[in-house]
Design a protein. Structure first.
Length: 236
């Protein structure tokens, strides 16, 4: 297996693949998605600025995916950007014939896999952080596992959760709902989960301090030692 870092402007990602050609395909897919996004933002800056759902004037796939996902979750379009870019990269990997390909775009993961994949759970200073992993079975269809945190990383959050991970085959939607749930969930109030469509999102795991909230068809959570140096992030 090949592991390679990729950085282009705000995109800071880690790519896993079985061949150099699939690595190149992943980079190409992410670059094309970023170029389309940046071109649209240049003529419609409000798309990038708003925290509310927004109807864009574009037929670009990444723009439409971001807008539709965030409309469903009730957040601004940029809440889905990392997942949408990772999704575009893995799609190019599959177009190049990959049966295994992972893109971790700053904690928002898209992948296809012909083997069991362990995805570590990082939740900042929570006592549950870096001690467990999701043990995800092989996936013939691209799956997204996107995580939002109010206590880790530079992203804007209005919540207090250490980590909210959402599972969906619509990777942009996983990213959007991770933000929405992280903004609203509290130890005594999980009502935001009631708004999630079970036909579109398969599972959720939220960590708040020493509390873990599980919903949907989560894969097994197994003990693990998570190496923080493998987490895709900016300058440490």
């Amino acid at each position: 297996m090949i592991r390679e870092s990729f950085r282009f402007r705000e995109t800071i990602a880690t790519i896993l693949a079985d061949s150099p050609g699939h690595i190149r395909a992943a980079k190409s897919g992410m670059l094309q998605a970023r170029q389309a996004l940046e071109a649209y933002i240049a003529r419609d800056p409000f798309f990038q600025a708003t925290f509310d759902p927004y109807v864009p004037d574009s037929d670009e796939l990444i723009i439409l995916r971001m807008a539709e996902a965030t409309r469903k979750a009730g957040v601004g379009p940029m809440a889905a950007v990392a997942g949408a870019i990772a999704w575009a990269g893995v799609e190019e990997m599959t177009n190049a014939g990959a049966g295994f390909g992972v893109i971790d775009n700053g904690g928002d993961i898209a992948f296809i896999s012909d083997r069991i994949l362990r995805v570590g759970i990082h939740a900042g200073e929570s006592v549950l952080s870096n001690r467990y992993a999701f043990e995800v079975p092989p996936q013939e269809k691209i799956l997204g596992i996107c995580t939002s945190s109010a206590t880790v990383g530079p992203s804007i959050s209005f919540g207090m959760a250490d980590a909210v991970s959402i599972f969906s085959h619509d990777v942009a939607l996983a990213d959007a709902w991770a933000t929405a749930v992280c903004n609203q969930i509290r130890p005594g109030d999980h009502s935001v989960i009631d708004g999630i469509n079970k036909n579109e999102v398969s599972a959720l795991c939220a960590i708040m301090g020493d509390m873990m909230v599980k919903w949907g068809d989560l894969p097994p959570i197994v003990p693990a030692v998570v190496d923080e140096q493998l987490i895709s992030a900016g300058d440490r």
